[in-house]
Design a protein around this ligand. Structure first.
Ligand code: KG4
Ligand code: ZN
Length: 339
């Protein structure tokens, strides 16, 4: 069974082909250059770029997988959540192909795809597990009982973690996207140079996240440094290291608290921020201490990609599930909220 999958929820146009769980190709046309000068994704430009590159990206994915239309047995595409114009390009392309070629179509939730991306390379993972999707658009924590059976345990109340990295990078005048740049700079700094308080949730959900207070605290430090002419390399390195250490403290606390409450056997993290070197090593150390398994998909499956859409799409198609060609794009949609 060859499944062609499309991902276009934000600023990456992705196409992939999967055959019985094996990824035959995974192509990503990035729009980083288009948005870099604006310091963030511009939705209208993103959807226009998707339109331009979607067909060549699909063709490249099929060529790399060495398949033609005759060998394609189904189509999968992201339908939610994401930027509506961007989602519509990939979803409409997939539905059109499905209709024209009489192929089964399956609509995939982007968050569910992130949550299962680690299974592409290691299909056996113990459940119940705790899954964290941590990217530029999301910071959500789930209990995973089995494939398709999730409960949302907590989510960010304001900025996503990646968004906070990007905003701090902007304050430190590093460039865009900021996460990798902060990660790199932080290696040279002292994580204890600045102390930031961790968010408190009062009587609310104790497994939620919040990063806007931290971002404001960083902004205050930057203003102070600029006013006192101390906005230099050492300051930037120390602030990047202290900010990053605080984000990691927040994340690690929530992940292992959730694991304890739900007697989880493993931890899974995915999304662009899962590329962060200190986050990865800290989670590994903490997981080892508790005898928990940790899965982090390889980088190309962590960031937005169509391989993860292909994986989830193929599993559902094999379970006999199909989506209507009337399926519409949805900008905001969580998973695991109805049980
Ligand atoms: O998953 P992703 O590619 O796109 C979505 O947002 O869905 O994630 C991108 C985010 C950006 O905010 C980027 O700054 C962040 O992931 N990121 C990182 C690192 N690499 C990417 N954040 C921290 N450390 C990194 N090494
Ligand atoms: Zn994503």
């Amino acid at each position: 069974m060859n499944i062609l999958a499309i991902e276009s929820s934000c600023d990456e146009t992705g196409a992939a082909v999967i055959c019985d769980g094996k990824i035959l190709s995974n192509v990503v046309a990035t729009q980083e250059e288009v948005h870099a000068r604006f310091g963030g994704v511009v939705p209208e430009l993103a959807s226009r770029k998707h339109l331009e590159v979607i067909i060549p990206t699909l063709q490249t994915a099929m060529e790399k997988a060495n398949v033609t239309w005759k060998n394609i047995d189904g189509i999968a595409a992201t339908y939610a959540p994401g930027l509506i114009g961007s989602l519509l390009v990939g979803l409409t392309s997939a539905k059109t192909i499905a209709l024209a070629k009489h192929l089964p179509f399956i609509a995939v939730n982007h968050l569910e795809a992130h949550l299962n991306a680690h299974l592409i390379d290691a299909p056996q993972f113990p459940n119940p597990s705790i899954g964290l999707v941590i990217s530029g658009g999301h910071t959500s924590l789930y209990l995973v009982r089995a494939f398709g059976d999730y409960s949302l345990l907590g989510a960010t109340r304001d900025d996503a973690a990646g968004e906070a990295f990007d905003k701090v990078a902007k304050l430190l005048e590093l460039g865009y996207p900021g996460g990798p740049l902060v990660d790199k700079l932080a290696r040279k700094g002292n994580p204890d140079a600045f102390t930031f308080t961790l968010p408190r949730f009062g009587s609310g959900n104790q497994l939620d996240f919040s990063f806007s207070g931290l971002k404001t605290a960083v902004l205050i430090k930057v203003k102070e440094a600029k006013n006192t002419n101390t906005f230099d390399d050492t300051f930037k390195q120390n602030l990047a290291a202290s900010f990053q250490a605080t984000v990691i403290k927040i994340v690690v606390k929530q992940v292992f608290e959730a694991a304890k409450i739900h007697a989880a056997k493993g931890i899974v993290i995915s999304g662009g921020v899962a590329a962060n070197s200190l986050l990865r090593s800290t989670l590994q150390t903490e997981a080892d201490k508790r005898n928990l398994k940790l899965a982090i998909p390889k980088f190309e499956y962590c960031t937005d990609n169509a391989a993860m859409i292909a994986y989830v799409g193929e599993r559902y198609l094999k379970m006999g599930k199909q989506s209507s060609l009337k399926t519409n794009a949805v900008a905001n949609m969580e998973i695991g909220t109805d049980s």
